[in-house]
Design a protein around this ligand. Structure first.
Ligand code: DC
Length: 305
């Protein structure tokens, strides 16, 4: 029995409108009709059925295709479903989602959920600043030597960012300090832009994504919440993890960090002019996710119209 190839090198985004779906179905069937091996034909027909049910339920399908071979691998299924198709019938969408906002606004959770929903790679750019601060701290180097910090920034491997190690409060504070330095930002922004351009789209979250890193992003979100709500969330997070902290101290830290991030000269935290604002002060994460998803879908529909 024939199997699709294992090496896959081109990513294609597919969004199917009803007319497009019908046209695609006809082309699939014509294609399947040509299969010479009855067993393979049966697999293709089954796959098409699963694929249609699945795409019906999510509206979006991500495919991986190897140009030159008529195979696509559809992800997000319990088992990897593969079916044959002619890639020329697919529409490409390159989707970049830029998410900015202050600490504990919920932007990280929204970024992760949007990335999972659309099957896009995600970069938490805060981790890149944290990695620079962490590398300096580990060897006892000062946080305010711009040349040194920029050299460290240029060597950061985006594939080796360890959230478990980098997410401490102390590293966050230090990251906010190294993030004021222009040379550090230039090195990290270059790496972040490469990440954004490396596939068929990406979700990036941080402080300057919509304004500096990806000013042409398809979707820009600015996620915020009052300092009090954010401090309460952080406080509850620490307590539920078995830690000890005073709410007032966390609130003071959050305000201090906001001031540093919003008032620095280089790439201060602010909404891009065309950002969609989401205030999560009185929203749970599920409602915030639904609201952002509706917005992204609206943008995608407008793009396709
Ligand atoms: O989101 P976070 O707490 O992991 O970010 C840590 C610090 O990094 C934050 O205080 C400011 C800085 N940062 C930045 O300046 N630009 C970004 N795009 C992301 C983070």
């Amino acid at each position: 029995m024939r199997e699709p190839p294992d090496s896959i090198d081109t990513q294609i985004w597919v969004r199917m409108s009803p007319w497009y779906k019908a046209a695609q179905r006809a082309s699939h069937l014509a294609h399947i009709e040509k299969a010479d091996d009855p067993e393979f034909k049966e697999i293709l027909l089954n796959s098409l059925r699963h694929f249609e049910e699945f795409s019906e339920s999510i509206g979006f399908v991500e495919g991986w295709s190897e140009v030159g071979h008529n195979f696509v691998e559809v992800r997000w299924l319990p088992h990897k479903l593969r079916y044959a198709y002619d890639y020329r019938y697919l529409t490409e969408i390159f989707l970049i989602i830029a998410i900015d906002g202050p600490a504990a606004s919920g932007k990280g959770t929204l970024a992760r959920r949007l990335a999972a929903h659309y099957g896009l790679p995600h970069l938490d750019t805060g981790l890149t600043y944290r990695a620079v601060a962490h590398a300096l701290m580990q060897v006892g180097l000062p946080l305010d030597n711009e040349k040194l910090a920029a050299e460290v920034a240029a060597s950061i491997d985006l594939g080796a960012l360890d959230r478990a190690v980098l997410s401490t409060h102390e590293i966050g504070e230090a990251a906010s300090k190294v993030a004021v330095m222009g040379a550090v930002r230039r090195a990290l922004v270059e790496a972040q832009r490469k990440f954004a351009a490396s596939g068929a789209g990406a979700v990036l979250d941080g402080r300057d994504i919509g304004t500096v890193v990806c000013p042409d992003a398809d979707v820009k979100l600015y996620v915020t919440a009052t300092p009090e709500v954010r401090a309460r969330r952080r406080h509850e997070e620490i307590l539920s993890g078995g830690g000890v902290a005073e709410y007032e101290d966390i609130l003071a830290d959050i305000k201090k960090r906001d001031a540093r991030d919003m008032n620095r000269a280089d790439s201060p935290l602010k909404p891009a002019e065309d950002a969609y604002l989401i205030d999560t002060s009185e929203m749970d994460i599920e409602s915030a996710f639904r609201a952002t998803l509706d917005h992204v879908e609206d943008v995608l529909s407008a793009k396709q119209a």
